[in-house]
Design a protein around this ligand. Structure first.
Ligand SMILES: [Zn+2]
Length: 409
């Protein structure tokens, strides 16, 4: 089993062990036996938009495990940055090969029974951790109520993300950051990697959610991006074997790499890759580098994601938002002290703007470039106590809500 040095040793998240496995891939991959389960082709990967409803199942034993909504919303923003907005700040030599998956994730607004939901479920569990001496991959305990977990919502129609404690309870195990299984029949995966319908989804450590997590580490905040890559059928860029430049990930345009990256070292170049010997692509989401330099996909990877989504997860996405596009926004905390947050889960992502007016109708604040985010932080320490009106604009609609500022409470 591959084990990885924890990225920030000074952070005592994983007490008494200085190593942690970032991803449960090695236990999932099973026998290494490449077979062509499919050979689909698609032109112009990344030109279709996909909208995918998400449910986060927070499973907690302690208050610290019951992570705040704002941490989950921050994680959703990071996911969309990597899968939908895709800033192009990568090194010049990789600019030609990167592509954007064009997948927008949003919190589901109705549950499988048609009831209104926030897209976040919260359930107490008797388990202190789900990473016990039992094989987590064998029983997949977070996904079953009978094991102290939470049963999936219809995995054909929702992306289920279970968020729980994955710290090791066994000295021989290492703490896990997350794991995911590929779609059944995805190309280049052994059939031992395929699991039942109710196990499709992603399991995440609650310490690896969000870059604003008080119990986490910002350098883990793209772990979910990596696990989503597995969920869509991508392998690690170094393939299944380390120290072997002939073992590849089955994607033509990812530069060859023989082992995982644990730092943002731009000079790392473990394998010669063709005419132009590109360095290892540490920026690739399917490497293990810290989140500060990670989160990119190549054209070949986006093509594989698209093919797998179209063929193996066909009910999961819609080409247009499946749900109403009214502005769905909330303000918290309210009353607020020196800062508050606007949560905007509207699917209309064009021309978003936020303005704050005082009770005399005077504009006291407006945001710049917040249109991509569902979680917007508003500093309010400059505002005197009183009632304010927050006006949220999108392409065609405007909505207003009140917020109370009280620096004294
Ligand atoms: Zn992995």
């Amino acid at each position: 089993m591959t084990q990885i040095k924890i990225i920030l040793l000074s952070l005592l998240l994983y007490t008494n062990c200085s190593i942690a496995q970032t991803c449960g891939y090695d236990s999932i991959v099973g026998l290494i036996n490449f077979k062509d389960y499919n050979s689909y082709a698609i032109n112009d990967p990344g030109l279709i938009d996909f909208y995918i409803p998400v449910v986060f199942h927070v499973i907690y034993n302690s208050d610290n495990d019951n992570i705040h909504d704002s941490v989950i919303l921050n994680q959703l923003d990071i996911l969309n940055e990597c899968f939908f907005f895709c800033e192009d700040t990568i090194r010049d030599q990789f600019k030609e090969i990167v592509a954007c998956p064009r997948i927008l994730f949003y919190l589901a607004s109705s549950d499988p029974y048609g009831k209104s939901t926030s897209g976040i479920t919260r359930n107490y569990t008797y388990r202190k951790s789900f990473n016990s001496s039992d094989s987590i991959y064998k029983f997949d305990t977070p996904k079953y109520k009978i094991y102290g977990g939470v049963d999936a919502w219809d995995t054909d129609r929702y992306l289920n993300i279970w968020v729980c404690n994955l710290e090791s309870l066994n000295v021989n195990n290492s703490s896990l950051l997350g794991y995911a299984f590929p779609p059944t029949y995805a190309k280049n995966w052994d059939q031992n990697s395929f699991v039942a319908v109710e196990r499709q989804g992603v399991v995440m450590s609650n310490k690896a959610i969000g870059s604003n997590n008080p119990f986490g580490n910002p350098q883990y905040s793209k772990t979910l991006v990596h696990e989503m890559g597995h969920y869509f059928g991508l392998k690690h860029i170094w393939g299944d074997k380390t120290s072997d430049c002939n073992d590849d990930d089955g994607i033509d345009d990812t530069p060859l790499s023989s082992n995982p990256s644990f730092s943002c070292s731009l000079s790392k170049n473990t394998c010669e890759s063709g005419m132009e010997d590109l360095p290892d692509m540490i920026e690739n989401a399917m490497d293990y580098a810290p989140s500060s330099c990670s989160g990119y996909f190549t054209k070949g990877q986006v093509q594989r994601i698209t093919i797998n989504l179209l063929n193996f997860r066909p009910k999961l996405y819609s080409a247009e938002p499946r749900e109403a596009t009214e502005i769905r926004f909330e303000i918290f905390p309210n009353p607020a002290q020196s800062v508050f947050f606007i949560y905007n889960n509207s699917l209309d992502i064009r021309n978003r703007k936020y303005e704050i007016f005082n009770s005399n109708g005077v504009l006291v604040y407006k945001t710049q470039s917040a249109e991509r985010k569902v979680l917007i932080k508003i500093p309010s320490s400059n505002l005197s106590n009183g009632i304010y009106y927050v006006r949220v604009h999108s392409e065609s609609k405007v909505e207003v809500k009140k917020v109370f500022i009280n620096s004294a409470f």
